[in-house]
Structures are given as structure tokens and as C-alpha cells.
Design a protein around this ligand. Structure first.
Ligand code: GDP
Length: 424
């Protein structure tokens, strides 16, 4: 059976923890989109890890970790990450890389930096991992597939052709050093040698696995609101963050995805620019940021402070709907235990009109939050294992949110560890 673990919001909802937890029962875990630009933080028996490219199931000996064709594959970063976990006594993961995955080239990372520099105050707040230039090239049909590393003639010709194009921009638009085709070709030879043992016809492998009844997890990066079509365009990421894209980015039939676990955090956080209706500022935000997640709400990739806000029912209901949610995992609830009262954004006021439907970006920019305040539970809920044992106000908070978003909260996460989970 195929399950997807995806985010309802801006990312950082705690998907890594939920995937790591579900991976216990899984055979295969696949990353199907995105690149090394976002990170998952995982706490388990080996310690605390920040993963960027490897699927969150890599810590179990019994799982196969797959980089799907939809991923922006940064080969040196992938192997650096493998080393960073094996150096800490995690057994070497069983890794497969799709022969159709495309490669983040060194110049994608440079172009990402140069473009953000050029945009100055209008920049996107990119993590400068090369993701936007990578996907631009993929759709402009000048990207490099892993399979192409193994065809020397094709590779050489393509490197020269692409360098010609890139050098026009580097010289005339960015006034930066030019690319040297021979150097790039050498780099690609190194990439080829690194990745060669892992290359696989992933869609074929998965077709077999599905036939054999294997348990397969699709692991999403970021969340609905960062989807290029359905998110807060243009402040989005460059590949689809939706479960539906899991079928494409892994190479499986869409109807095989039977369960869609959408992860929602009990409050909001976001990185990068863009409208964020329930955002809070000042001391109130600092306090939540400091207490948030596991050791504070700071980017797993960049370390930058995340923007903070109250739970947004409008955004989350929309986020769950676009994912096709079957189950909601409601995470990081323990963090809210310090609050006397907890505001929740239940609707948007857009030019005096009250709505619970998430609007297009231009309207979203004008939206003001309509808040309702719920009583806090003023206690530490970590360690609680049964839903009935949660404080009454805590259960009321969960049930209030569930009613507003309209999708069943089937899991409540009350701590960063694998076992900090309450099933309903
Ligand atoms: P992802 O990108 O969606 O995987 O999210 P992040 O890795 O940014 O995750 C959220 C952070 O919250 C990480 O530091 C997790 O260890 C932590 N975390 C996940 N679930 C919980 C939870 O229920 N409670 C607490 N306190 N921290 C959690």
C-alpha cells in the first residue's frame, strides 16, 4: 500500500518526525519532489539529525530509501548527508536513485545566488540551493538526467551547448566569471562515479514492489501553501508539494496512493517572504519561536528564525483539501502548554468581507485574521499516551481545529520523539 506524508501549510509542520515514525512499518520511503533546500529534523535512538535530501526513513535497517525522478538531486550533498549519518553509527542506508532524476548543477547554485543578489530587496528569500534555476532548466529542457551521465558523447556535447547559453547570462547580465566546459565535464564525471552504484529504474522497481504488496511511503517537502499552482504564488517553491505529484515524482499510478497523511502544526510558522495572515510579532512571537519545535523554530537548512503565527484554520482547511487528506497528523501541540489563552485564526477579513475560503495571492495580501480565543491547558502534555488523558482544554483545542478544518485528526504529536504520538 502506498501512503503519502505531506504538509498542509508552509512546511516545517513536522513531516520528518511522522515519516520517521511511520517508516517503522514501511519497506520503501521515497522523496518525490524538492531538493536540499528544506530540511527535516528527526530525533531518534541515534540522536538528532537534520536531513535535506535523504528520506526520513533512512534510520531503519529494513527500509529502502529512494530519490525519485521529481527531486532536484544535488549529488555531492546527498553523499555528504549519507556520510554525516554513517559517521554517527547509523547503518549505511539502502539507497536507490532514479535514473530519471535530474541533477542540480554547480551553476544552478551560483545562478540562485546571483539572481537573489540582483533582485536585492525584491528577492524571494531563496535558500540559494539552486532549486529555482534547476527547475527552470528542467522545464526549459536543458537539465541533465542522471542517466545522461553514462553517455559520454551526449554529455560532452550537452555540456558545451549549455555552457554557451549560461555564459551569455553570466557575462552580460550578472557580470560574473564564465563557466569552463572542461571543468564542468570533470565535475560531472565525479558525480557519475559517486551515484553509479545506486542508479535504478525506479518506476519499474516500484511497480514490482506494489505488486508484492510492499508498504511504500511518499515523503513530501514543504506544504500546500508553497505549491507553485495552489500556493501563495510567486512566494512558493519550484516543484509541486502535493500528494498528487507523488505519483509523478515517484513514477507510480495515482490510484495507488491510498492514504494521505497531512501534517498540520498546532500553530503556524513560515520561512521566506509572502503573505502570512495569522503572523505575530514582537515578544509574543519570540516566545513561541523560542519554545517551538524541538529547540526553537529556526530553519533546519539555513538556521534563520522562522516567522511565527497562530493556527490558521482557513489556510489549513485549504491545505488539507488540496492534498486530498485522509488523515491529519496534528503536531507540536505540547509547545502551546505555556499559554493562558490561545488565539486561532478562524476566518479572513478581506476588505470588510469575511471568508473561510483561502483566496488567491493578491487578495491574501489584504486579508486580516479573524481570531477566536480558546483557553489554554497550562500544563506539559509530553509523555501522555492516551487521548482521554489529555487535559480537557487541550482536547477542546484539537476538536475545535478539527471541526474548522473539516478533516479527521487521527494522530496528535506531543513531542519530537518517535513515540510521542497519540492515536485517535
Ligand atoms: P518538517 O520539515 O515538516 O519535517 O518539519 P521540521 O523538521 O522543521 O520540524 C519540526 C520540528 O519540530 C523539528 O525540530 C521536530 O523535531 C520537532 N517536532 C516534531 N513534532 C514535534 C512535537 O510534537 N513536539 C515538539 N515539541 N516538537 C516536534
Amino acid at each position: 500500500m502506498v501512503k503519502a506524508v505531506v504538509g498542509a501549510n508552509w512546511g516545517d509542520e513536522g513531516k520528518g518526525k511522522i515519516t520517521d515514525m511511520l517508516a517503522k512499518e514501511a519497506d520503501i520511503i521515497i522523496r518525490f519532489q524538492g531538493g536540499a533546500n528544506a530540511g527535516h529534523t528527526i530525533v531518534n535512538d541515534y540522536g538528532k539529525f537534520a536531513l535535506h535530501t535523504l528520506p526520513s526513513g533512512v534510520f531503519y535497517g529494513h527500509t529502502t530509501s529512494i530519490i525519485g525522478n521529481g527531486v532536484a538531486l544535488d549529488i555531492p550533498k546527498l553523499f555528504h548527508e549519507v556520510k554525516s549519518i554513517t559517521d554517527r553509527n547509523v547503518p549505511a542506508p539502502k539507497l536507490l536513485v532514479s535514473d530519471r532524476a535530474q541533477i542540480v548543477m554547480p551553476y544552478h547554485i551560483l545562478f540562485d545566488q546571483y539572481e537573489e543578489e540582483r533582485l536585492g530587496k525584491n528577492s524571494f528569500g531563496s535558500t540559494k540551493s539552486g532549486i529555482a534555476p534547476f527547475y527552470s532548466d528542467k522545464y526549459a529542457k536543458i537539465g541533465f538526467q542522471v542517466s545522461e551521465l553514462f553517455d559520454e558523447e551526449l554529455l560532452k556535447e550537452k555540456v558545451e551547448r549549455v555552457c554557451d547559453t549560461k555564459n551569455i547570462l553570466l557575462e552580460h547580465m550578472y557580470h560574473k566569471p564564465l563557466l569552463k566546459p572542461e571543468e564542468l565535464l570533470n565535475t560531472l564525471h565525479e558525480y557519475r562515479d559517486m551515484v553509479a552504484p545506486y542508479v535504478c529504474d525506479v518506476s519499474l522497481y516500484l511497480a514490482e514492489a506494489i505488486k508484492e504488496g510492499k508498504e511504500i511511503l511518499l515523503e513530501g517537502q514543504l506544504g500546500t501553501l508553497k505549491d507553485p499552482d495552489h500556493g501563495i504564488y510567486p512566494m512558493v517553491t519550484s516543484s509541486s508539494t502535493l500528494a498528487a505529484y507523488g505519483a509523478i515524482g515517484a513514477g507510480i499510478p495515482p490510484y495507488e496512493i491510498k492514504q494521505i497523511i497531512t501534517v498540520c502544526k498546532a500553530y503556524s510558522s513560515a520561512v521566506g517572504a509572502g503573505a502570512f495572515v495569522s503572523e505575530i510579532f514582537g515578544d509574543e512571537a519570540d516566545e513561541l519561536r523560542k519554545r517551538g519545535g524541538d529547540g526553537g523554530e529556526f530553519g533546519a537548512t539555513t538556521g534563520r528564525p522562522r516567522r511565527m503565527g497562530w493556527f490558521d484554520c482557513v489556510a489549513s482547511r485549504y491545505g488539507c483539501r488540496l492534498q486530498g487528506t485522509t488523515d491529519v497528523a496534528f503536531t507540536v501541540l505540547d509547545v502551546l502548554g505555556y499559554l493562558d489563552e490561545i488565539p486561532v485564526c478562524v476566518a479572513y477579513d478581506i476588505d470588510g468581507e469575511i471568508t473561510t475560503d483561502f483566496p488567491v495571492t493578491a487578495k491574501l495580501e489584504k486579508a486580516k485574521p479573524v481570531l477566536e480565543t480558546l483557553p489554554g491547558w497550562k500544563s506539559d502534555i509530553r509523555g501522555i499516551e492516551k487521548y482521554e488523558e489529555l487535559p480537557e482544554n487541550c482536547r477542546k483545542y484539537i476538536e475545535f481545529v478539527e471541526e474548522k478544518i473539516g478533516y479527521p485528526i487521527k494522530m496528535v504529536s506531543n513531542g519530537p520523539g518517535r513515540d510521542d504520538i497519540i492515536y485517535r
